[in-house]
Design a protein around this ligand. Structure first.
Ligand SMILES: Cc1ncc(COP(=O)(O)O)c(C=O)c1O
Length: 370
């Protein structure tokens, strides 16, 4: 994938730091499972990066959501309000506990959960608002916090796509009661597969650690007072993660620089809405995404086909989760549905070269001016 110059992928990981050195250390020392120094180092360092005290690393981001929901004791009858326009894992991780995801619409400006839709969705069973920082742009956290406080709800973040993004200068992950991240291979920093819960709440961190360790305490390894999970991150994953974390500022800078490059070229194209950048936000552009408006002349799928023919990989926006068969609520959430129909992720990885971005923009401009 990486070496095929005639095909530009949507994302690929950027290595080149101490990944090999740290992995080699794991292999040589034999510490390749979830015991080992890199896991604890990674948890501490990543939590610190988010400005919070505790991190509990997991095997992937989806199980981090389930583990967080289990830690918070969500279960049948409980409801969690979330945007429908998100990756399916946001909902699934909550649903695994038996709790019900309640979907609301998005804002046209930020593509994130619309705070104005939330109050109507609150019931006596609502436990939390689960904000998602879609494609790297933070949600409007102050508005969400005000609603959460007024209605005595938890505020949680799904920051899987937004490592390093800021709301009013403060990093995501530290903007709520607890947050999760993903470190999948296409994320801003990666551990291959991987995830983490970050929080300032010591009791929750300890509970999450207990649950992800098969429901046991370290001083009595075969006594399981409760049914837990094996959701632990491995030392190998954490070794890669720590090396990646050492370079996270660079990863974010590259993505923001690439986005500025895209913006400078695509701003002239009629019928494209460029990614959001609210004045209170630092967008990290996990995905550099465009909305292909009706005025563009071709619809999103047609543009995607044309780009594929030119060797440029893209991804459509997620289907709104309320339209997927296992949720299918029959709701009408017009902004989420419209963004999902018109949104396209362009190649966004940190390995992109300026020449590749120019080629992608030239191709789009040529199509637009045909
Ligand atoms: C918003 C969001 N939440 C959760 C996840 C789940 O993370 P993972 O793929 O590591 O399970 C993703 C991942 O890709 C995501 O984009």
């Amino acid at each position: 994938m990486a070496n095929n110059k005639s095909f530009i992928p949507v994302a690929e990981p950027l290595f080149g730091g101490k990944e090999l050195e740290y992995i080699t250390d794991c292999v040589k020392s034999g510490w390749i499972s979830s015991l080992g120094k890199y896991v604890r180092d990674f948890e501490k360092s990543f939590a610190n990066y988010c400005g919070v005290r505790y991190g509990v690393a997991t095997f992937n981001g989806t199980v981090a959501i389930h583990l967080l929901a289990a830690t918070l004791n969500f279960g049948p009858g409980d409801e969690v309000i979330m945007p429908s326009l998100t990756y399916v894992a946001t909902a699934n991780g909550i649903r695994y506990t038996g709790a019900t995801p309640v979907f609301v619409d998005s804002e046209r400006e930020t593509w994130n959960i619309d705070p104005n839709t939330i109050v109507d969705a609150i019931t006596p069973r609502t436990k939390a608002i689960f904000a998602v920082h879609l494609y790297g742009h933070p949600a409007d956290m102050d508005s969400l916090r005000a609603i959460a406080d007024e209605h005595n709800l938890l505020l949680l973040e799904d920051a899987a796509e937004a490592h390093g993004a800021c709301y009013q200068g403060q990093r995501v992950g530290g903007l709520s009661d607890a947050a999760i991240f993903s470190f999948y291979g296409n994320k801003i920093i990666t551990t291959g597969e991987g995830g983490i819960i970050v929080t300032d709440n010591k009791e929750w961190a300890e509970r999450a650690f207990f649950l992800e360790n098969q429901g046991r305490y370290s001083d009595n390894p075969y006594w399981h007072p409760e049914m837990g999970f094996n959701y632990r991150m491995t030392n190998l994953q954490a070794a890669i993660g720590l090396a990646q974390l050492e370079r996270i500022d660079e990863m974010v800078t590259i993505r923001r620089r690439n986005a500025a490059h895209y913006n400078s070229r695509l701003v002239e194209v009629t019928g494209l809405t460029l990614p959001p950048a609210a004045e209170w936000a630092k967008n990290v552009y996990w995905m550099y995404s465009i909305i292909v408006e009706d005025e563009f002349g071709l619809d999103r799928d047609a543009l995607q086909n044309r780009l594929r023919q030119a060797g440029i990989d893209t991804r459509p926006f997620f289907y709104p989760v309320h339209t997927l068969p296992m949720y299918n609520t029959g709701q009408s959430l017009p902004i989420a549905e419209e963004l999902a129909r018109k949104g396209l992720n362009l190649p966004s990885g940190a390995t992109l070269t300026p020449e590749q971005i120019d080629y992608i923009c030239d191709t789009i401009i040529n199509i637009a001016t045909e």
